[in-house]
Design a protein around this ligand. Structure first.
Ligand code: THU
Length: 130
C-alpha cells in the first residue's frame, strides 16, 4: 500500500465525519504490517467532551478486530493546513506503534510524512513490572 493510497483512504473516511459543532471534518486511515487498512472519522457530540477523534476511532476498530501493530496512519482535515494528530491521539497511537509513520494530509490531498516519535518524544509509558 503506497502513501498515496493511504491518503486516499483517509480522504474517503473524512466524508463520513460527523462534525456539526466544529465543522472540522477529519478522516484517518491506519495501516497494519499485513496491509489491512482501518479507517475512522471524527464523531462529535452535543456534550462536546464526548467527541471521538478520527484516529482513535480507527485504532478502536483495528484493535477490536485483533490488530495491534501498525506501520502508518494518514490523517486528513479541513483546508490547506496538513492535519496532524492531537496530543491525546499521539499517546494512543504510541501505545501500539511508537515509531509509526504519520502522514499529515490537507483537504486537497497534499501530504507530508513524519514519524510518531518525532511528534511525541519521550512519551509516557508504565515502568515494566508496575
Ligand atoms: N479531531 C480529530 O478527529 N483528530 C485530531 O487529531 C484532532 C481533532 C477532531 C475533533 C473535533 O471533532 C474536531 O476535530 C475539532 O477539534
Amino acid at each position: 500500500m503506497s502513501n498515496e493510497e493511504l491518503v486516499k483512504a483517509a480522504l474517503q473516511a473524512r466524508t463520513g465525519s460527523y462534525a456539526p459543532y466544529s465543522g472540522f471534518r477529519v478522516g484517518a486511515a491506519l495501516l497494519t504490517p499485513g496491509g489491512r487498512v482501518f479507517t475512522g472519522c471524527n464523531v462529535e457530540n452535543a456534550s462536546y467532551g464526548l467527541t471521538m477523534c478520527a484516529e482513535r476511532v480507527a485504532v478502536g476498530k483495528a484493535v477490536s478486530e485483533g490488530e495491534r501493530e501498525f506501520v502508518a496512519i494518514a490523517v486528513a482535515g479541513n483546508g490547506r493546513e496538513k492535519c496532524l494528530p492531537c496530543g491525546a491521539c499521539r499517546q494512543v497511537l504510541a501505545e501500539f506503534a511508537p515509531d509509526m509513520a504519520v502522514i499529515a494530509v490537507n483537504e486537497y490531498g497534499d501530504y507530508s510524512v513524519t514519524r510518531l516519535n518525532e511528534l511525541l518524544p519521550q512519551s509516557f509509558c508504565l515502568p515494566s513490572g508496575k
